[in-house]
Design a binder for this molecule. Structure first.
Ligand SMILES: [Fe+2]
Length: 547
């Protein structure tokens, strides 16, 4: 199942369901730009845009907003060489509540310059309360490797301006890819100051690998509070996402760069696996909750494909993106299709630390599900790119400890799916793939590790390199356990759970340079970020080198 086919089919579905496009990939001549600029100078923007588009509906009686409907910001994501997904969601506040009963047209303009003089396209999408007033626009007809600026408008309201970037063309030789890797942003446990810095960095994209929201609370760590209890319903998940998007630093990070995203568990509930949660809720009931969480996720994210119309508890998040000839990037789904946890506690399910669990040796068990495994393997084995970047939610290297009962395994992570991990790494060895970089998050610590087919076995060759980013805010484990993991796992070159932050990664044809950018725990509104450690990977040589 290749994304080139699958995503197109899904995209046309999204387009049909969510967008009414009046100006497909409109490319304006210089005279048109001049006319548009003149019209914008002479009339209220929303009116001129609607008239230019010939949009139906209330062009003669534009919506007058009492409060800012663009308070959740704007975002872009899943860039391609000729397109990017642009997102916003209208926040209808109390004073405008009557608008919830209407379908509203939202305009989107894309510009080639920061001054917003060179408009290269404009689109109109209809939205309504059924889709949470969310807007997803696929801006097409763009040029490769270019920055673009965009904004939305609805009636009297105009959104902040976002900046985005297209990928290089598939055949282009590319000098570099510069990105920020981030994950795990518990709202209550710290401030999103890392995003303020990410917004200011010169980056090609932000790679976010999961735990964008948290459903739960830990009363021990409350720097600021979630509104409402643990979400179970679509409205509650919408409210949780909206609260996170209320953070100005997070909005700035979205507005500054395109995001490439996958999810982990907390977008739904801690440690869920496929159709099972920790409470062993009836699977049909849990899948209704998962459908609500996925729908709310889609409504708040710059992703191209939403829940499957025929099965709303299913939503494709895994994807492939090419960065010219420099890198192929796969973003994986570690949650939706995985086998249930091995050797679970019958009272409280989810992950736990086990020893002597024979179920771990079952080759049928999979972290990704067999379809996604095959899709990834086929993609890796046919990739012509210099670097093969596998971005997924969690740490792949082992964190097991030697105990009197045998080696321990934490069953929520890759140690809980050891033969699936072995299949992935053995394929790299068998296919003689070079320059595979695995990226992850989830564990709230910075990790740099070498990946061998047999973990920690010096006789097993290093076949890939791993970087795991610490959390934006979520608390990490204590140093005692961290030290035990380090001493039991020689493949791990670096492991620190004590700081919060993000990871800068620059990929060039010669190598990968990375820097863990961190601040003291917890992240404070005035935090400054320093370099905790730097690692490089040289092209053609698997394994990390400390700088
Ligand atoms: Fe997390």
């Amino acid at each position: 199942m290749d994304c080139a086919v699958d995503c197109c089919a899904a995209l046309s579905l999204v387009n049909m369901r969510l967008m009414k496009k009046y100006s497909p990939s409109a490319v304006f001549s210089r005279r048109d730009w001049g006319r548009a600029a003149l019209a914008m100078a002479l009339a209220p923007w929303s009116l001129s845009a609607q008239q230019a588009l010939g949009a139906p509906g209330d062009a003669q009686s534009p919506v007058r907003w009492q409060s800012d409907p663009f308070a959740l910001g704007v975002a872009s994501g899943q860039p391609r060489a000729d397109s990017v997904l642009l997102w916003t969601r209208l926040l209808v506040q109390e004073a405008d509540a009557a608008l919830n009963a209407q379908a509203l047209p939202v305009q989107c303009e894309v510009f080639a310059d920061e001054a917003l003089r060179q408009r290269v396209g404009q689109w109109t999408a209809m939205t309504d309360a059924q889709r949470g007033m969310s807007v997803h626009i696929e801006a097409k007809g763009l040029l490769p490797a270019r920055h673009y600026w965009y904004r939305f408008s609805c009636g009297s309201a105009v959104s902040p301006v976002g900046r985005t970037r297209t990928t290089p063309g598939a055949q282009n030789q590319v000098a570099s890819l510069r990105m920020a890797l981030a994950s795990c942003q518990h709202f209550e446990q710290g401030f999103f100051t890392a995003h303020r810095e990410i917004a200011q960095q010169e980056l090609d994209l932000v790679l976010f690998v999961g735990d964008y929201i948290y459903e739960g609370s830990n009363p021990r760590y409350l720097l600021r509070a979630h509104q409402g209890g643990e979400p179970q319903t679509l409205d509650a998940y919408r409210a949780r996402h909206a609260q996170y998007k209320g953070d100005a630093d997070l909005r700035a990070s979205h507005a500054a760069h395109p995001w490439v995203m996958t999810w982990d568990d907390h977008e739904v509930v801690n440690d869920y696996a496929n159709d099972r949660d920790q409470k062993y809720t009836d699977p049909l009931a849990f899948l209704r909750r998962r459908a609500a969480a996925y729908q709310a996720y889609f409504e708040h994210m710059p992703v191209r494909v939403g829940p499957d119309a025929a099965n709303p508890a299913s939503m494709r998040i895994h994807d492939h993106m090419a960065w010219g000839q420099l890198a192929d990037i796969w973003t994986l789904d570690n949650r939706q299709y995985r086998s249930h946890h091995a050797c679970p506690d019958p009272i409280r399910g989810g992950g736990r630390v086990v020893t002597g669990c024979t179920e771990l040796a079952d080759a049928q068990r999979s972290m990704l599900g067999m379809d996604q495994e095959r899709w990834l393997t086929q993609g890796l084995n046919t990739s012509q790119a210099a670097w093969k970047v596998v971005a997924q939610a969690t740490q792949m290297s082992s964190t097991g400890l030697a105990t009197p009962m045998g080696r321990s395994a934490f069953t929520d992570g890759w140690d809980g799916y050891p033969l699936a991990r072995e299949r992935f790494l053995q394929n790299i060895a068998d296919a003689k793939l070079q320059d595979v970089l695995v990226l992850g998050g989830d564990v709230h610590m910075n990790v740099a590790a070498n990946l061998r087919v047999q973990p920690n076995d010096a006789k097993s060759p290093i076949v890939a390199s791993e970087l795991v980013t610490t959390s934006i805010t979520s608390r990490g484990m204590g140093e005692t356990l961290a030290a035990q993991i380090r001493s039991n796992n020689p493949d791990i070159a670096h492991l620190r759970p004590d700081e919060r932050g993000y990871t800068l990664i620059q990929i060039t044809p010669q190598g990968v340079q990375s820097a863990f950018k961190t601040t003291a725990n917890p992240a404070q509104p005035t935090s400054v970020f320093a370099t905790q450690a730097q690692f490089t990977v040289q092209r053609g040589v698997a394994g990390l080198v400390k700088v």
